[in-house]
Design a protein around this ligand. Structure first.
Ligand code: GRF
Length: 200
């Protein structure tokens, strides 16, 4: 049984897709052992609680230094016993001690086709604003392993989504979530849980 910890900051629709995927069997052989949010007001925490999952807030604001927060985040993950860390809209730069502790065991969902519209500053709606400003006809989502860079780790799954005339960043964000993110993130976890992902 693969134990996963899911890190969130906001609404948690990707978390919900994982919870639903485990419940429906789309994700097999997997248990969500903990949800961690940096934001005490994240609706994602309520989704976790409603599903009976251990949900904790580890906020940088409650620590004197960033280093203390980083250590607390690592401890929060280690204590959960998770084998895999899933970043599902987690707006925190993952500290090196966590990356080193979970080498090739952290995955992230990014709402574009990497290497387009990724890296520092590309998060949330900004990604979709940039895609529309550039006039791309195809965007999508990417699941990748997390390394020390920003959105630079090995790509595992991608799914393309067409832009449409009249798209706003909000409309495009929703379409990318519905057509790509909520499918490939659960799919990827299921593949890892069933030994279908090999690294290098
Ligand atoms: C998603 O677009 C995800 O790709 C990005 O942040 C957003 C999180 O949305 N990294 P939600 O909290 O899962 O609803």
């Amino acid at each position: 049984m693969l134990k996963i910890a899911v890190c969130v900051s906001g609404g948690g629709t990707n978390l919900q897709a994982i919870i639903d995927g485990v419940a429906s069997g789309v994700i097999s052989n997997t248990e969500i052992v903990r949800v961690i949010s940096n934001n005490p007001n994240a609706y994602a925490l309520k989704r976790a609680e409603a599903a009976g999952i251990d949900a904790v807030c580890i906020s940088p604001k409650t620590f004197e230094t960033r280093e203390e927060f980083n250590k607390a985040l690592l401890k929060g993950l280690e204590e959960s016993g998770a084998d895999l860390v899933v970043l599902a809209g987690f707006l925190v730069v993952i500290p090196e001690i966590v990356i080193a502790g979970y080498r090739n065991r952290i995955i992230n969902i990014h709402p574009s086709l990497i290497p387009s519209f990724c890296g520092t500053g590309y998060y949330g709606l900004k990604v979709h604003e940039a895609a529309l400003a550039r006039g791309v006809k195809v965007t999508g989502a990417t699941v990748h392993f997390v390394d020390e860079g920003t959105d630079t780790g090995p790509i595992i799954l991608q799914k393309a989504v067409y832009t449409e005339p009249g798209d706003t960043p909000e409309i495009l964000q929703r379409r990318v979530m519905e057509q790509a993110e909520w499918n490939i993130l659960p799919q990827e976890i299921n593949m890892i849980a069933n030994g279908e992902v090999k690294i290098g």
